[in-house]
Design a protein around this ligand. Structure first.
Ligand SMILES: Nc1ncnc2c1ncn2[C@@H]1O[C@H](COP(=O)(O)OP(=O)(O)OP(=O)(O)O)[C@@H](O)[C@H]1O
Length: 203
């Protein structure tokens, strides 16, 4: 399976943000996207996830077969927002996402263990700290199996220990044959990942 971009271009509000972005990411590979504020990292990830149309070029998943016919069905998208309901418990939120995404992988309890937050499943999500909320959003990646992880500043708000824990989860996903496309301002601990530098801030 390969995630392939060919001369991809993106725009926001009718203004071009980036153009001529090409890459190919195979199983077990990561691509780390860096660049200044406004250079289009989030726009790129949203286009790859299918949340925004590309203004030029192509993005596709090759070799996903019947199980993963397109990027939308094959990906987990972790954006800046955590996509959780504050009034629902942590368990309820993760059950919702597991039902929604299908392909159950880890149990809710196992996923909470993996992000270092056992025994908080009963709490309303809204009670959690910023870093704990991010860790629950990361647990969402584990409760359903999706081979492609699209991660937008995944470690924002995490402490050092949680950063290390998440780096280990990403490495395990790659060792499992997964694909990771991540935008970041912080080192992610993905040694050996390919790099893509987005351009300068648009005027
Ligand atoms: N909804 C929108 N309408 C118009 N312009 C937008 C919209 N969203 C983003 N932009 C513009 O698109 C450009 C790219 O934004 P984007 O969020 O992709 O950058 P980024 O590289 O992810 O930045 P950061 O490092 O700050 O997260 C910016 O100039 C931004 O102002």
């Amino acid at each position: 399976m390969r995630l392939i971009a060919e001369n991809l271009a993106g725009e926001r509000g009718g203004e071009p943000v980036f153009s001529d972005v090409s890459f190919a990411i195979g199983e077990g590979e990561g691509l780390v996207v860096t660049g200044p504020n406004g250079s289009g990292k989030s726009t790129l990830l949203r286009i790859v996830a299918g949340l925004l149309p590309a203004s030029g070029g192509l993005i596709r998943l090759d070799g996903g077969g019947e199980q993963w016919p397109d990027i939308a069905s094959a990906c987990h998208y972790l954006g800046h927002a955590n996509a959780m309901k504050t009034a629902l418990s942590v368990d309820e939120n993760l059950h919702f996402w597991q039902d929604f995404a299908g392909e159950p992988h880890l149990s809710i309890d196992e996923a909470l263990d993996m992000v270092g937050l056992p025994q908080i499943g009963h709490l309303p999500y809204g009670y959690l700290s910023t870093g704990q909320k991010r860790r629950i959003a990361i647990a969402r990646l584990l409760v359903s199996y999706r081979p492609v992880w699209l991660l937008d500043e995944p470690t924002a708000g995490l402490d050092k220990a949680s950063e290390g824990q998440f780096a280990a989860l990403m490495r395990a996903h790659l060792e499992d044959g997964g694909i990771i496309l991540a935008a970041t301002h912080l080192p992610l601990g993905l040694e050996g990942a390919k790099a893509l530098k987005m351009g300068e801030h648009r005027e």
